[in-house]
Ligand binder design. Structure first.
Ligand code: HAM
Length: 427
């Protein structure tokens, strides 16, 4: 039997309802905040991510799916979307006069990591990118948006951790300090981290090896921001305070991708276990230029959808499968073609409807209608049909009445409207 690849998963009906809820809640709130959807290819030139994310990062060194295509081009399955979106922004000249281009996205990403709960090789992200402004208000907007999204979904027990890496100059100064602090532990570092010590010491914080992790957890980390970056960070914090967004400043948030500058943040969630980062993001003021565009500041975030789904299951957020509003039942063998036509006209009128094609007894059809959660059953029986009528049964009250066949659709529409008015629509 052929099975799904390790680290990939089928999202089955039932679970996909929860995913749709996450996506539609995201779309709603992103639109409210002025973000429009962008869809970029999942396959790109590998060099985009090598240059964008950084050649010494775990993602590029160990996790990226890279291969030569039939034309011998080095291509990669995208490990994240930020670099792709910046590529699209430059390629499609999306710069906005007087403000940032505000984009949101959702879709699969690929990283060849060791699979575990909340960590997959094909996983999904939902996120935003705002390209074209260095305003601290935009940092605050993006972080507040991530938090409001969680609140709308009903995710609880999350924590925002905030830091500023500063500008490129500050990052260089911080790297020098980190080197000093890691130096006494150099001999104990793994070979990869020994190489990182010289080339990009920040990446030692991402090492998943036990020894390096303990060293990184205990090493001293100090903030070293220039006046401009310090004042930018202060304003971001003030804005968040004014909005009532809670956070803690954590100087160890350095992020595992090289493109970050200034404000960075992660959101963890208590129910996720070891892989507790549900969202991560921050500023990447040098990336547009690095990828061949004009010098353009930007910021954004991405949530892991699997992790959002896990957090929602922890608060027992259930989203039941869509139920048909109407089930068409047949009491008379010869009426199947008529019932099939009626089903088609109900669906054509936008009424979610089902029937059973296997010519079972009326009793088993009614059982199926109940199982599917249908609000109403239209029963086509020979006697009523001869009079141009059918029986309409309300499944919640059990009431039933004869109704003219050509009045079924308008009757169901009327019921739907009155139920919406009462706020008790079943499906
Ligand atoms: P990231 O921290 O690499 O950042 O990923 C963001 C989120 O994706 C993580 O917090 C986690 O929830 C989820 N995630 C990452 N890897 C996996 C995995 N193997 N399995 C399941 N979920 C995973 C980025 O990707 C940046 N592009 C975020 C960003 C957007 N920064 C600025 N704009």
């Amino acid at each position: 039997m052929i099975k799904a690849l390790r680290g990939t998963k089928d999202i089955l009906p039932g679970e996909s309802d929860l995913w749709q809820f996450i996506e539609s809640t995201g779309r709603d709130i992103f639109n409210i905040y002025g973000y429009n959807e962008i869809r970029t290819p999942i396959i790109e030139e590998a060099s985009l991510f090598i240059r964008g994310i950084g050649d010494l990062t775990d993602i590029v060194q160990k996790e990226m799916y890279v291969f030569s295509d039939r034309g011998n081009r080095r291509v990669a399955l995208r490990p994240e979307a930020t670099a792709s979106i910046v590529r699209a922004y430059i390629e499609n000249s999306m710069s906005q006069s007087g403000g940032a281009a505000k984009l949101f996205y959702t879709g699969p990403m690929f990283r060849s990591e060791r699979p575990q709960q909340g960590r997959q090789r094909q996983f999904y992200q939902i996120g935003v990118e705002a390209i074209g402004s260095d305003s601290p208000f935009l940092d605050a907007e993006v972080i507040a948006l991530a938090v409001r999204f969680l609140d709308r979904l009903g995710v609880k027990n999350y924590h925002v951790k905030l830091n500023s890496l500063g500008c490129q100059k500050d990052k260089m100064a911080a790297i020098a300090k980190h080197k000093e602090n890691f130096k006494p532990h150099f001999e104990k570092l793994c070979d990869t981290c020994k190489a990182r010590f010289d080339k990009n010491v920040l990446r030692i914080f991402d090492c998943k090896g036990d020894t390096c992790r303990v060293i990184a957890e205990n090493v001293k980390v100090e903030a070293a921001l220039c006046n401009d970056c310090e004042s930018h960070f202060k304003k971001v914090k003030q804005c968040l305070d004014e909005l009532g967004v809670k956070y803690t400043v954590d100087h160890k948030i350095v992020r595992g991708l090289d493109y970050y500058t200034k404000t960075v943040f992660e959101i963890t969630q208590d129910d996720l276990g070891a892989k507790d980062a549900i969202c991560a993001g921050g500023r990447y003021n040098n990336l547009v230029k690095e990828l061949g565009g004009k010098d353009t500041p930007a910021t954004g975030f991405a949530f892991g959808v699997e992790r959002l789904a896990l957090a929602l299951k922890a608060v027992s957020c259930q989203h039941s499968a869509v139920s048909p509003k109407v089930f068409v039942a047949v009491a008379g063998e010869g009426l199947y073609p008529e019932a099939f036509k009626l089903l088609d006209s109900l669906r054509g009128a936008g009424i979610a409807s089902e029937m059973d094609y296997d010519e079972r007894s009326l009793k088993s059809q009614m059982r199926k209608a109940e199982k599917l959660g249908a609000g109403f059953v239209v029963i086509l029986g020979e006697d009523e049909f001869k009079k141009g009528k059918a029986v309409l049964k309300d499944m919640s009250s059990g009431d039933q009445k004869e109704i003219m066949l050509n009045e079924i659709i308008s009757a169901l529409h009327t019921i739907k409207t009155s139920q919406v008015a009462e706020g008790n629509l079943r499906s």
